[in-house]
Design a protein around this ligand. Sequence first.
Ligand code: PGA
Length: 265
Amino acid sequence: MSGHKKIIIGNWKMHFTVKQAAAFATKFISKSVPADVLVGVTPNCLALSEVSGVLSKSAINVVSQNAYYEDEGAFTGEVSMPMLRGLADFVLVGHSERRHILRESNDYTREKCAAAFRSGIVPILCVGETLVERQNYHTNQVLNDQLSVGLADLTTEEVSKMIIAYEPVWAIGTGEYARPEDVEKAVAKIRAEVTSLYGAIAGASVKVLYGGSVTRENARSYLEINGIDGLFVGGASLSVANFLANSRNCRVSLVLKLNKKKKEA
Ligand code: PGA
């Protein structure tokens, strides 16, 4: 998938009509988007087809915001993973808004991750603690539960390919962002949990992103964290200029890291 590329996923949430989403995609690819960064955008399901058409000749990835875990059947209003084939490369699973507003459980995320892989789509599993859980020192337990259940039906190879977005719930859409040193601890915890479940190769290969009030100003402080592969951006992905600035931040951080490695060698 991404090798050691940095990753940036823009979460459009319930914004943009089909026309607006296509216009964003058209404008975005007319700019010089860094080729060595894996960039993904997340149109709503009505706009998936249009946006995937606009982006088909570009390297930008299309991410579905959601899909159901059954492949087909009497599930009124739902969209299945097989329906995403050819339209989306990735699918979000367990975003905090789905967990907390739409009551999606850990078991639901487990079913969805497995269903995504059955259809050749890579899940981006979102994990993170609420403010109360954090204040009660339950962050590690929450991450443990979300990962051990969410990943339970997958193979080591599948887990090694997937993306986990660490998003403290209290930092999403609030302007209140997590301290990089706390994010570093959470990322280490995520990798340790994946290692204990699926072994060291999976623990090192799984991609881990930070999300929660990322802006073009604070992005670099997260990209420098040990073990972080990139950013999951909500509000700041809704303007082409901001999203592009953060894609370029990813590139700068990648170049700095590679130069540092060269110097150390
Ligand atoms: P935000 O959203 O960047 O607006 O906080 C993050 C997210 O989509 O989870």
